[in-house]
Write a protein that binds this ligand. Structure first.
Ligand code: NAD
Ligand code: DAU
Length: 352
């Protein structure tokens, strides 16, 4: 039996992860700590509401009093930290909240994990922790910066983040590393490529383009649209995190990616084609500042060492994803209109 603190579990990847893990580990219990920022949506977790191995707590990962009381109450074995400001464009406009959540929030969680898990000290003065605990930081390939036409990011590629978002994620990675080196806290860092799938907030490329195409609105492609991302279905990201949580060696970084490099413009064209909409909806707009040209992940370490591999082909993943948004137009409409924010109040009124 493991008790797991999942932060940011009402967001895109966190909600997919909770659904996956609650089903996969039938004797584990999960607490979801989420501040419900604009990106958090409890509708993503409707299927878990009545599950007695799942608890939702509305709160901020920077709130050390709250985090400390949750550790005392639940005695977590694992922390999986998804909570973050995650959108590059927002970070360019308003970097401050990215520093607060992504950097100070991570440090707050680390500190509470350290004090809750420490049982004593070894002969050299290093903390000793109870068995079976781990802090997993969900990071991103963007910490490595941008690639040229060839090459891939490995775990030893130097960190060279270019946006305020990626700089904050890289900062958090370094703080996690410092807790591993200085305090010997058992940690892993995962660095994943671009995810797609159900429940992604429609500020991100794929759901934004699907939503606009369905409403016959223009599809804003930044610059020439030839920027390359390495796309991975969110379900494969969830199984990779599970593999690292259970089998990853303490202190190690694991890259996660699906070997699916695609240019943005090709993704946009594919969406239009599947929705039987015209290419004339495409609008090339002003480029993102500091726009990274290409990302590509070398996943040899996680596949070789932990035996993980992606289950989805890109074609199947995109077909299922487009079908999901078509079958969940109400979810998409509620998020695009802002109506999803009413859900928390309604849900809690019903509970109290
Ligand atoms: P998201 O924006 O969809 O969700 C973030 C969640 O964190 C939301 O539910 C939000 O309410 C919550 N949150 C934000 N600030 C918080 C705070 N201070 N306290 C508590 N909760 C807070 O993000 P996502 O796309 O699901 O990404 C999740 C994690 O995965 C992030 O750490 C991100 O950096 C990382 N990641 C994302 C991708 C991707 O393609 N989306 C790829 C690699 C890594
Ligand atoms: O690589 C992992 C990262 O992927 C995660 O760490 C981030 O949290 C996640 O947001 C994502 O970052 P990107 O910036 O790559 O994702 P986004 O969906 O914002 O953009 C994907 C590409 O599409 C990027 O090159 C910018 C471009 N784009 C995006 C939007 C929203 C457009 O051309 N038009 C758009 O309207």
């Amino acid at each position: 039996m493991k008790k797991v603190l999942v932060t940011g579990g009402a967001g895109f990847i966190g909600s997919n992860f909770l659904s996956y893990m609650v089903d996969k580990h039938q004797d584990w219990a999960f607490v979801n700590l989420d501040a419900l920022t604009y990106a958090g949506n409890l509708e993503n977790l409707k299927s878990l509401e009545t599950n007695d191995r799942y608890v939702f707590i509305k709160g901020d990962i920077t709130d050390t009093g709250l985090v400390s009381s949750l550790f005392k109450e639940h005695g977590f074995d694992y922390v999986v930290n998804f909570a973050a400001e995650s959108h590059v464009d927002r970070s360019i406009k308003e970097p401050e909240v990215f520093l607060k959540t992504n950097v100070f929030g991570t440090q707050c969680l680390l500190d509470n994990a350290k004090s809750s898990w420490q049982t004593g000290k070894d002969g050299d003065g290093y903390p000793v922790y109870r068995d079976g605990v781990k802090f997993l930081q969900v990071s991103t390939d963007e910490v490595y910066g941008a690639l040229g036409a060839s090459g891939m990011f490995t775990e030893t590629t130097p960190l060279a983040p270019n946006s305020p978002y990626s700089a904050c994620k890289a900062s958090a990675d370094l703080i996690v590393r410092a807790y591993s080196k200085t305090y010997k806290l058992p940690v892993n860092i995962t660095r994943c490529s671009n995810n797609y799938g159900p429940y992604q907030f429609p500020e991100k490329l794929i759901p934004l383009m699907i939503g606009n195409a369905l409403e016959d609105k223009s599809l804003p492609v930044y610059g020439d649209g030839m920027q390359i991302r390495d796309w991975l279905h969110v379900g494969d990201h969830c199984s990779a995190i599970d593999a690292v949580l259970e089998k990853g060696r303490a202190g190690e970084v694991y890259n996660i990616g699906g070997n699916n490099e695609k240019a943005n413009i090709d993704i946009v064209r594919l969406i239009l084609e599947r929705l039987q909409k015209s290419d004339t909806l495409i609008r090339h707009v002003e480029d993102r500042l500091g726009h990274d040209r290409r990302y590509a992940i070398d996943n040899a370490k996680i596949t070789g060492e932990l035996g993980w591999k992606p289950a989805y082909t890109f074609e199947r993943g995109m077909d299922e994803t487009i079908a999901w948004y078509l079958n969940n137009k109400e979810w998409l409409g509620d998020v695009r209109s802002g109506a999803y924010m009413d859900y928390y109040n309604k849900y809690y009124r019903e509970l109290t």
